[in-house]
Write a protein of this length. Structure first.
Length: 96
């Protein structure tokens, strides 16, 4: 059950930068609509926030967190980008 919740959280966090013209849904941006650079900054920040949440959840459930190498982080970053693709399509190609 925890894995499903974390996957849904990853899907929501990956798509959230594309659905608002505010930075992190709070801070208004001077130039409207929000620039793609701000969206990418939000996406990278949310990737690290999600990583901390998952690390905490794993530590709470398993006790000890296994060490990971760069391959793990490269794959999870690519998966996070794939999860962000529907929001990107909505923002730049579908929304009128």
């Amino acid at each position: 059950m925890t894995n499903l919740i974390l996957l849904l959280l990853a899907l929501v966090l990956a798509n959230s930068p594309w659905f608002s013209d505010r930075l992190f849904f709070v801070i208004p941006v001077k130039h409207q609509p929000k620039n793609i650079a701000w969206c990418l900054f939000e996406l990278i920040s949310l990737y690290f926030i999600l990583g901390f949440i998952i690390r905490y959840a794993e530590q709470a459930k398993m006790g000890q967190v296994a060490t990971q190498k760069w391959e793990f982080y490269a794959i999870t970053a690519c998966l996070f980008l794939v999860l962000a693709f529907p929001g990107f399509i909505y923002r730049f190609f579908w929304k009128k």
